[in-house]
Design a protein. Structure first.
Length: 500
């Protein structure tokens, strides 16, 4: 049994708390590794290292910081296969899907290599006679990222490239379910020339998270995970005086209008609902066909495709969908399918009985693709984030009632409409109260130079991730007003100073 430890002050450090948790290969159901769960002292060591590294890193010219990130980017490109394999063996997603995750993370590194441009300030000449004024953005200090299991590379990379580019030092607390990729990243950052202590990893559970949330030397927390924990992180972090961005769960709807290209919508739904076994915060879990005729056609086209899904391990290039993350999660998803059936939804394709026949993978945590029709708003399969390969069809008679359905949902991460009507598309994108919108695009994940984040119960805080929002989150603004003596002397002034 190998152990996954921490990375503190430029080197791997074994866990000393004596607390461990097994890490499983979801494709086989076997565990060959255990991840250490940090003690308070171990987290404090990481904060001490990051704090010591900050004065010099924050004063390193942005161009030099960018060059280190650029070198890291080259290593990532060279080694993307290694990273993708490390993701798949602990997460279960297919190899191509893992490679896609690496690419989306790498794009944020590319964005962050523009640090000197991103951090350019503003200058106003002659705000008064002989007086100039300029604003700059400075780093915060030690910042921490707490990340979920479903993107063990991409989600940390939404955070640390921008944080480091802006001059902060970083502590990553990865998911304890797929922790190994974080150590590859840490080693490669050091290899790229990042000074010791600038990027650290502490493996752990609630104890590590709470220690970071309460530590006075941690200035900001970035979190991505489920909504109840996101709420907790936001409340606790802000109560401790920290800047917090906490991204939560999702229930993403896709409206299919009668004029949509139905085959295009069906293919889009297959990838968006069942890709990565539905374990994506931007997965489409609710299809909303407008009119019964569209719903009937949609379901009849989806059914054979869902039944034909190729479900298997990442090591088989034929696999379209892998297992889910743990045995508990597999049981939870099957429990939701039981509930949906009991509540009266029409179970068109039932994934509960799926059996993996590939030798050596029979004990993996697989769930077959599942499709429900005639789902209503009161059912748990509609209300809860299942985070599995389960698609619910909620029929609506018209566009207005489809939009009302989305607005009644507490989550507001992503959404999409499939239509050929420009008026409908424009009205949807203008009026819908959701953070990320797709027009004939099912998973509208913004590129690195835009920002990622939902609304309502999908994001707590004022800033979404990466893009200029990321730069704003990881910096604070300072404005300096300057005057140089030029022979002119003012009398003491006791009123509110005015210029001009
Ligand atoms: P999770 O909330 O269980 O865990 C996320 C992180 O929080 C992990 O690092 C975990 O160790 C930590 N954590 C868990 N319980 C905690 C507690 N009680 N106190 C303190 N810390 C705790 O989420 P998950 O199951 O790893 O990931 C799936 C969830 O993440 C889904 O809800 C998904 O929608 C969401 N997600 C959201 C986005 C987004 O951008 N909005 C992106 C990816 C995933």
């Amino acid at each position: 049994m190998s152990e996954v430890g921490h990375y503190i002050n430029g080197q791997e450090v074994a866990c000393s708390s004596g607390r461990y948790q097994p890490v499983y290969n979801p494709a086989t159901g076997q565990s060959e590794k255990a991840v250490g769960l940090a003690s308070v002292d171990e987290v404090n060591n990481a904060v001490t290292a990051a704090k010591a590294a900050w004065p010099s890193w924050s004063k390193t010219p942005a161009l030099r910081r960018a060059r280190i990130l650029d070198k890291f980017k080259s290593l990532l490109i060279e080694r993307s296969e290694i990273l993708a394999k490390a993701i798949s063996v602990e997460h279960g997603k297919t190899h191509d899907d893992a490679l896609g995750e690496v690419t989306r993370g790498l794009e944020v590194v590319e964005f962050a290599t523009a640090a000197p441009h991103l951090l350019k300030g503003e200058f106003s000449e002659s705000v008064g006679s002989g007086v100039d004024s300029y604003s700059i953005r400075q780093s915060l200090g030690v910042v921490a990222g707490i990340t979920p299991f479903n993107f063990p590379v991409m989600v940390p990379m939404w955070m640390f490239p921008v944080a480091l580019a802006c001059g902060n030092t970083f502590i990553l607390k990865p998911s304890e379910r797929d922790p190994s990729a974080s150590l590859l990243i840490a080693n490669w950052l050091t290899e790229a020339g990042l000074p010791d202590g600038v990027f650290n990893v502490v493996q752990g559970d609630k104890l590590a998270v709470d220690t970071l949330l309460e530590h006075p030397d941690v200035k900001a927390i970035s979190f991505v995970g489920s909504t109840p924990i996101a709420k907790y992180i936001y409340a606790t972090g802000t109560a401790n005086g920290k800047r917090v961005q906490a991204l939560g769960g999702a229930k993403n709807h896709m409206i299919i209008m009668p004029d949509a290209d139905l085959d295009m919508a069906v293919n889009a739904l297959m990838g968006a609902a069942y890709g990565s076994a539905g374990e994506r915060c931007m997965a489409v879990s609710v299809a909303v066909p407008v009119t019964d005729a569209v719903a009937d056609a949609l379901v009849s086209k989806l059914k054979p495709k869902v039944e034909a899904l190729e479900i298997g391990p990442s090591t088989d290039s034929a696999s379209e969908m892998g297992p889910v993350i743990t045995a508990e999660h597999q049981a939870k998803i099957k429990g939701y399918i039981d509930q949906g059936e009991a509540a009266g939804a029409k179970l068109v394709v039932d994934g509960r009985e799926f059996k993996q026949s590939r030798q050596g993978y029979e004990e993996g945590y697989y769930v077959g693709g599942t499709l429900f029709d005639n789902v209503t708003e009161d059912m748990s399969i509609y209300k809860d984030e299942i985070f599995g390969p389960v698609l619910s069809v909620v029929r609506r008679p018209d566009y207005r009632s489809a939009v009302d359905l989305i607005h009644n949902c507490p989550y507001a991460n992503g959404t999409a409409v499939f239509t050929r009507d420009g008026d409908v598309a424009r009205a949807f994108s203008q009026d819908i109260e959701v953070g990320m919108v797709g027009i004939n695009v099912p998973i509208p994940v913004p590129m690195a130079f835009h920002s990622f984040g939902g609304w309502k119960d999908s994001l707590f805080g004022d800033h979404s991730m990466h893009g200029m929002e990321g730069v704003r989150f990881y910096t604070r603004i300072k404005t300096t007003t300057t005057r140089w003596p030029s022979g002119q002397r003012d009398d003491p002034q006791f009123t509110m100073p005015t210029l001009g």
